[in-house]
Design a protein around this ligand. Sequence first.
Ligand SMILES: Cc1ncc(C[n+]2csc(CCOP(=O)(O)OP(=O)(O)O)c2C)c(N)n1
Ligand SMILES: [Mg+2]
Length: 360
Amino acid sequence: MAKAARKSAPPAAPDLDEDDENFALRSLQQAHAKNRRYKADKDELLKLYEQMLLIRRFEEKAGQLYGLGLIGGFCHLYIGQEAVAVGLQSALDNDKDSVITGYRDHGHMLAYGLDPKVIMAELTGRAAGISKGKGGSMHMFSVEHRFYGGHGIVGAQVPLGTGLAFAHKYRKDGGVCVAYFGDGAANQGQVYESFNMASLWKLPIIFVIEDNQYAMGTASRRSSAETHFHRRGTAFRIPGMDVDGMDVLEVRQAAEIALDFVRQGNGPVLMELNTYRYRGHSMSDPAKYRSREEVQEMREKHDPIERAKIELIGLGESEEALKKLDKQVRALVSEAADFSENSPEPDLSELYTDVLVERY
Ligand SMILES: Cc1ncc(C[n+]2csc(CCOP(=O)(O)OP(=O)(O)O)c2C)c(N)n1
Ligand SMILES: [Mg+2]
């Protein structure tokens, strides 16, 4: 996608040489270059499209509810980045694998196929929310789905995810942890301490850097000495993959290659997902650090949902059926909004539950 315009292209990897000590570090990127896109049939692509559309419409509605004062505190929308969570999470084994991310987390929850009602209820602070209305936008959590948050502390999810991966290995449960974090978080020290441990102990983890090109108001090219983020594991012997995060089929295929490698006990993989957020950092961001034209160009030329739509039409899906699907998704989201507006807030007694007071 726009990456070539934004970053100078990395030099082409030379042909593989098994004797080359760097072989393992480039092997996944090579495998990815050879087999870039998942070959989805119409029904599979339709499912991915529907999930991305649900995230888009859900986030648009969340933005409206925020404007009406129904959502308090911080709210970070995922609009533009949908193909990342959907492409990756569609490749996971939901009975085994775990996921952890930062505060931009509604899309990751929806990508599990969770009922949008419980997510919207969480956003609006209602008792029916996935964290009983006590977590809000940044602190979604579901042990049942092995989704471990939702974290407001930038980068904190990386060592926590490394701990989850340690638990997978210790318990021999066959699971892999996917730990998502941003281009800004990628400059934190704790990230590299985690890389070292994960590689040393060959932990089953995929580190996913969602490079949406900005950390709050700072462009990654202004804050990062190395913007080819997939190279940042090299010092720890972690193979990297450079992926177009605006193409759901490319994300899905790359996820399969990475998962296969990690499941075989080879240790971590570092994936760089090149993407873009259309909205501000949070709802209170006036976005003065970039031009309207830049956002417009991404929307018009690289939108992941539009791209999937064009492909679906190429596979024989009718425009009418897609319009109908959009209507159904909008209705589902409206229902979720009505449900949350009309649900009760948590009881006051909830102030005293889920609080860790005992020693352990
Ligand atoms: C430890 C810490 N430092 C600073 C902040 C304030 N902060 C919140 S989000 C953010 C930018 C993070 O950007 P990035 O990692 O690229 O993620 P994105 O918001 O783009 O998804 C910062 C500095 C914080 N929440 N935690
Ligand atoms: Mg960012």
